[in-house]
Write a protein that binds this ligand. Sequence first.
Ligand code: NAP
Length: 263
Amino acid sequence: MPRHVLVLGGTAEARRLAAALVAHPAHAAGFRVTTSLAGRTARPEAVPGEVRTGGFGGAEGLARWLRAHRVDALVDATHPFAASITAHAARAAAAAGVPAVVLRRPGWRPVPGDRWYDVPSLAAAAEALAGPGGRVFLTTGRLGLAAFAHLTDRHFLVRSVERPDPPLPPHTEVLLARGPFTVDGERELLRAHRIDVLVTKDSGGEATAAKLTAARELGLPVVVVRRPALPAGVTAVPDVTAVLRWLDPVTAGQGCGAADTCP
Ligand code: NAP
């Protein structure tokens, strides 16, 4: 019977993990990898292996899917801010008795010269911007921008992969772009748009970190929306290599001795 790994995706790490699993010697011997996408992006980047798209119908739906498709291990490689699916995955894996791990890239940390202001939510970020005037570079993605819609005195440059849905602040320019971005490009963008403050989620990773370096170089303040907490009791690892190590007993089709950390 082939072993089956379900990767909850929507991130660069999930694509890298799927590529590594498809290239794994055990794949040729018959183990399967399926990546699940939420279906939010009209033209998602290609993912190696099998792909399914769309919600499962909550934790119960995901638990049913795990059982019906005989999943041997679940890797939650979703974005650090995709809190609902991460909570559902933890509950579903426990209910279906499927070993699970969360691939969570480390968050960003400030270095000397950074002027960061940590906030717990998009609403709190909007509150932090409530003073008069100024030009804001908003890089928190296309969802949740309604939190800023009441800020009528500020000019916003919103960058996202796909066009954000209204409501948006009245003075908003939208820039459609997909990372990775370079420090030179980000510095030029901040200068060209005369940006006074940057707003970002603590997404972590390399692809979108250049804006932080550029803001530091230009002495700009950065409002950083901190991550939601992981559900209690989940096993989290920081990168694809650590997931492969965790998955080793599955890909090798062997049993596992260390019950709390491997499938
Ligand atoms: P979310 O709020 O945690 O999830 C909302 C619902 O979308 C979930 O309850 C689930 O529906 C469905 N869903 C989410 N991820 C899924 C997946 N990989 N496969 C199947 N269904 C999924 O998530 P979100 O913040 O809207 O993000 C959606 C997707 O975009 C995630 O896969 C995430 O990795 C990616 N993404 C998110 C961000 C971000 O900033 N939030 C940034 C980049 C990429 P059901 O309850 O019906 O199962």
